[in-house]
Design a protein around this ligand. Structure first.
Ligand code: ZN
Length: 101
């Protein structure tokens, strides 16, 4: 359920800020945060007045929220993964015990 939720947010950002996608593709670095001037397509578009400062601010705000959601999701996924392995190890132990008897 959470995955679908996050997907919707990502989709929403892409749809709301569709023009940013084009400029972000012009960034020198693929992991560009669009907050530093070095080779950033979004910032150069902002400088040229192709995108408004207001939209740029909103875009960064949404990206930040998305990152936070992603990290939260990764965190809970990792915990679930750990639990899964704990159960598997437990079952393996029991299995070995039974085999020895
Ligand atoms: Zn950029």
């Amino acid at each position: 359920m959470r995955e679908i939720g996050l997907w919707n947010v990502e989709e929403g950002v892409a749809q709301t800020f569709f023009e940013f996608d084009e400029y972000a593709g012009q960034c020198k670095y693929s992991d560009c945060t669009h907050t530093h001037g070095v080779g950033c397509g979004v910032l150069s578009a902002l400088e040229k007045g192709l995108i408004s400062k207001e939209r740029y601010d909103n875009y960064l705000k949404l990206r930040k929220e998305l990152k936070y959601l992603e990290s939260k999701q990764n965190g809970s996924a990792q915990i679930a993964e750990k639990r899964k392995w704990k159960t598997i190890h437990k079952e393996l132990k029991n299995f070995n015990k039974k085999n020895k008897q």
